[in-house]
Design a protein around this ligand. Structure first.
Ligand SMILES: N[C@@H](CCC(=O)N[C@@H](CS)C(=O)NCC(=O)O)C(=O)O
Length: 199
Protein backbone atom coordinates (compact mmCIF):
# COMPACT_ATOMS: atom_id res chain seq x y z
CA UNK A 1 0.00 0.00 0.00
CA UNK A 2 1.04 3.55 -0.62
CA UNK A 3 -0.14 6.80 0.89
CA UNK A 4 0.09 10.18 -0.78
CA UNK A 5 1.13 12.25 2.19
CA UNK A 6 2.57 15.50 3.37
CA UNK A 7 4.55 15.77 6.59
CA UNK A 8 2.42 18.45 8.25
CA UNK A 9 -1.08 17.55 7.03
CA UNK A 10 -3.31 16.75 10.02
CA UNK A 11 -5.50 14.42 7.95
CA UNK A 12 -2.47 12.46 6.80
CA UNK A 13 -1.36 12.13 10.41
CA UNK A 14 -4.79 10.79 11.35
CA UNK A 15 -4.42 8.02 8.76
CA UNK A 16 -0.82 7.34 9.81
CA UNK A 17 -1.87 6.97 13.46
CA UNK A 18 -4.48 4.41 12.35
CA UNK A 19 -1.84 2.57 10.27
CA UNK A 20 0.54 2.49 13.24
CA UNK A 21 -2.13 1.33 15.70
CA UNK A 22 -3.04 -1.51 13.34
CA UNK A 23 0.60 -2.22 12.49
CA UNK A 24 -0.04 -1.98 8.74
CA UNK A 25 3.01 -1.08 6.71
CA UNK A 26 2.53 1.54 4.03
CA UNK A 27 4.95 3.52 1.89
CA UNK A 28 4.60 7.29 1.95
CA UNK A 29 4.61 9.25 -1.32
CA UNK A 30 5.66 12.78 -0.48
CA UNK A 31 5.58 14.07 -4.05
CA UNK A 32 2.09 14.95 -5.33
CA UNK A 33 3.05 14.46 -8.94
CA UNK A 34 0.44 12.19 -10.50
CA UNK A 35 -2.05 12.45 -7.64
CA UNK A 36 -4.74 13.99 -9.84
CA UNK A 37 -4.75 10.84 -11.94
CA UNK A 38 -5.85 8.81 -8.93
CA UNK A 39 -7.79 11.42 -6.95
CA UNK A 40 -9.62 14.11 -8.93
CA UNK A 41 -9.72 16.25 -5.77
CA UNK A 42 -5.92 16.10 -5.63
CA UNK A 43 -5.83 16.01 -1.83
CA UNK A 44 -3.75 14.18 0.71
CA UNK A 45 -4.28 11.71 2.23
CA UNK A 46 -4.95 9.45 -0.76
CA UNK A 47 -4.38 5.74 -0.25
CA UNK A 48 -3.35 3.44 -3.07
CA UNK A 49 -4.52 -0.04 -2.14
CA UNK A 50 -2.50 -3.14 -2.99
CA UNK A 51 -4.94 -3.84 -5.86
CA UNK A 52 -4.21 -0.35 -7.24
CA UNK A 53 -7.54 1.26 -6.30
CA UNK A 54 -7.33 4.74 -4.82
CA UNK A 55 -9.21 5.79 -1.69
CA UNK A 56 -9.95 9.20 -0.21
CA UNK A 57 -10.67 11.00 2.08
CA UNK A 58 -9.44 10.23 5.59
CA UNK A 59 -12.72 8.82 7.03
CA UNK A 60 -12.99 6.38 4.10
CA UNK A 61 -9.33 5.41 4.35
CA UNK A 62 -9.49 4.75 8.10
CA UNK A 63 -12.66 2.68 7.70
CA UNK A 64 -10.96 0.67 4.95
CA UNK A 65 -7.88 0.02 7.12
CA UNK A 66 -10.06 -1.01 10.03
CA UNK A 67 -11.89 -3.55 7.90
CA UNK A 68 -8.70 -4.79 6.28
CA UNK A 69 -7.02 -5.80 9.53
CA UNK A 70 -9.50 -6.70 12.25
CA UNK A 71 -7.38 -6.06 15.37
CA UNK A 72 -7.21 -3.74 17.18
CA UNK A 73 -10.68 -2.65 16.18
CA UNK A 74 -10.93 1.14 15.83
CA UNK A 75 -14.58 1.40 14.75
CA UNK A 76 -17.09 -0.73 16.66
CA UNK A 77 -19.54 -2.87 14.73
CA UNK A 78 -22.64 -2.27 16.85
CA UNK A 79 -24.73 0.39 15.14
CA UNK A 80 -25.09 2.95 17.95
CA UNK A 81 -21.46 2.62 19.04
CA UNK A 82 -20.29 2.94 15.45
CA UNK A 83 -22.30 6.10 14.89
CA UNK A 84 -21.03 7.57 18.15
CA UNK A 85 -17.40 6.92 17.18
CA UNK A 86 -18.04 8.43 13.74
CA UNK A 87 -19.53 11.50 15.45
CA UNK A 88 -16.30 11.89 17.46
CA UNK A 89 -14.43 11.59 14.18
CA UNK A 90 -16.55 14.35 12.65
CA UNK A 91 -15.85 16.53 15.69
CA UNK A 92 -12.09 16.04 15.42
CA UNK A 93 -12.14 16.56 11.66
CA UNK A 94 -14.23 19.72 12.08
CA UNK A 95 -11.83 21.17 14.66
CA UNK A 96 -8.92 20.32 12.35
CA UNK A 97 -10.70 21.92 9.36
CA UNK A 98 -11.26 25.17 11.28
CA UNK A 99 -7.66 25.12 12.54
CA UNK A 100 -6.38 24.66 8.98
CA UNK A 101 -8.57 27.59 7.86
CA UNK A 102 -7.20 29.92 10.56
CA UNK A 103 -3.58 28.90 10.18
CA UNK A 104 -3.56 28.96 6.36
CA UNK A 105 -3.20 32.74 6.19
CA UNK A 106 -0.35 32.77 8.72
CA UNK A 107 1.64 30.66 6.32
CA UNK A 108 0.37 32.49 3.23
CA UNK A 109 -0.42 36.07 4.38
CA UNK A 110 -0.40 37.23 0.76
CA UNK A 111 -3.43 35.00 0.18
CA UNK A 112 -5.46 36.44 3.07
CA UNK A 113 -8.96 35.52 2.09
CA UNK A 114 -11.41 36.65 4.72
CA UNK A 115 -12.33 39.42 7.15
CA UNK A 116 -11.87 39.21 10.91
CA UNK A 117 -15.48 38.07 11.49
CA UNK A 118 -14.76 34.98 9.40
CA UNK A 119 -11.69 34.12 11.48
CA UNK A 120 -13.68 34.65 14.68
CA UNK A 121 -16.27 32.20 13.34
CA UNK A 122 -13.57 29.58 12.68
CA UNK A 123 -12.10 30.14 16.15
CA UNK A 124 -15.56 29.62 17.66
CA UNK A 125 -15.78 26.25 15.89
CA UNK A 126 -12.48 25.28 17.51
CA UNK A 127 -13.51 26.55 20.96
CA UNK A 128 -16.98 24.99 20.91
CA UNK A 129 -15.62 21.78 19.37
CA UNK A 130 -13.12 21.38 22.20
CA UNK A 131 -15.76 22.20 24.81
CA UNK A 132 -17.95 19.44 23.34
CA UNK A 133 -15.05 16.98 23.42
CA UNK A 134 -14.34 17.84 27.06
CA UNK A 135 -18.01 17.44 28.04
CA UNK A 136 -18.35 14.13 26.21
CA UNK A 137 -15.11 12.77 27.66
CA UNK A 138 -15.95 13.61 31.28
CA UNK A 139 -13.68 11.61 33.57
CA UNK A 140 -13.38 8.59 31.28
CA UNK A 141 -10.05 7.19 30.03
CA UNK A 142 -11.09 6.87 26.39
CA UNK A 143 -13.36 9.01 24.25
CA UNK A 144 -15.67 6.11 23.57
CA UNK A 145 -16.17 2.89 25.50
CA UNK A 146 -13.31 1.22 27.35
CA UNK A 147 -10.64 0.97 24.69
CA UNK A 148 -8.69 3.16 22.28
CA UNK A 149 -10.72 3.81 19.11
CA UNK A 150 -11.06 6.11 16.13
CA UNK A 151 -12.73 8.54 18.53
CA UNK A 152 -9.37 8.89 20.32
CA UNK A 153 -7.43 9.18 17.07
CA UNK A 154 -9.75 11.98 15.93
CA UNK A 155 -9.49 13.88 19.19
CA UNK A 156 -5.75 13.34 19.46
CA UNK A 157 -4.72 14.39 15.97
CA UNK A 158 -6.92 17.50 16.11
CA UNK A 159 -5.43 18.61 19.44
CA UNK A 160 -1.88 17.89 18.26
CA UNK A 161 -2.46 19.94 15.13
CA UNK A 162 -3.85 22.82 17.16
CA UNK A 163 -0.67 22.78 19.29
CA UNK A 164 1.43 22.68 16.13
CA UNK A 165 -0.04 25.61 14.24
CA UNK A 166 -1.90 27.69 16.85
CA UNK A 167 0.23 27.19 19.95
CA UNK A 168 -1.20 30.32 21.57
CA UNK A 169 -4.61 28.65 21.98
CA UNK A 170 -4.65 27.53 25.61
CA UNK A 171 -7.11 24.66 25.69
CA UNK A 172 -5.42 22.86 28.60
CA UNK A 173 -6.45 25.33 31.32
CA UNK A 174 -10.20 25.22 30.56
CA UNK A 175 -10.16 21.48 29.76
CA UNK A 176 -7.89 19.59 32.19
CA UNK A 177 -9.50 16.27 31.19
CA UNK A 178 -8.38 16.81 27.55
CA UNK A 179 -4.89 17.67 28.86
CA UNK A 180 -4.73 14.33 30.72
CA UNK A 181 -6.03 12.53 27.63
CA UNK A 182 -3.31 14.11 25.47
CA UNK A 183 -0.62 13.06 27.94
CA UNK A 184 -1.79 9.48 27.53
CA UNK A 185 -1.88 9.75 23.73
CA UNK A 186 1.61 11.27 23.65
CA UNK A 187 2.96 8.11 25.28
CA UNK A 188 1.59 5.86 22.51
CA UNK A 189 3.95 4.67 19.78
CA UNK A 190 1.43 5.65 17.08
CA UNK A 191 1.60 9.30 18.15
CA UNK A 192 5.37 9.27 18.69
CA UNK A 193 6.05 7.69 15.28
CA UNK A 194 3.89 10.18 13.41
CA UNK A 195 4.96 13.41 15.10
CA UNK A 196 5.41 16.09 12.41
CA UNK A 197 8.83 17.60 11.83
CA UNK A 198 9.49 21.01 13.35
CA UNK A 199 8.75 23.88 10.96
N1 LIG B 1 -11.56 16.01 4.37
C1 LIG B 1 -10.28 15.62 3.82
C2 LIG B 1 -9.34 16.81 3.92
C3 LIG B 1 -8.03 16.61 3.15
C4 LIG B 1 -7.33 17.93 2.92
O1 LIG B 1 -7.93 19.01 3.01
N2 LIG B 1 -6.02 17.84 2.60
C5 LIG B 1 -5.25 19.02 2.32
C6 LIG B 1 -3.91 18.96 3.06
S1 LIG B 1 -4.12 19.17 4.80
C7 LIG B 1 -4.93 19.06 0.84
O2 LIG B 1 -4.50 18.09 0.27
N3 LIG B 1 -5.15 20.22 0.22
C8 LIG B 1 -4.79 20.43 -1.16
C9 LIG B 1 -5.92 20.94 -1.98
O3 LIG B 1 -7.00 21.21 -1.40
O4 LIG B 1 -5.73 21.08 -3.19
C10 LIG B 1 -9.75 14.39 4.57
O5 LIG B 1 -10.20 14.17 5.71
O6 LIG B 1 -8.94 13.64 4.00
Amino acid sequence: MKLYASPRSPFVRKVRIALAEKKISCDLILDRKGITEVNPLSKVPTLIRDDGKALYDSPVIVEYLDGLVPKPQLIPEAFEARIEVKRWEALGDGVADATVAISHDRVHPEAKRQDSAWYAKQQLKVDLGLAQMARDLGDRTFCHGDSFSLADIATGYALCYLDLVLPEVDWRTPHPNLKRLMERYAARDSFKLTAPPAA
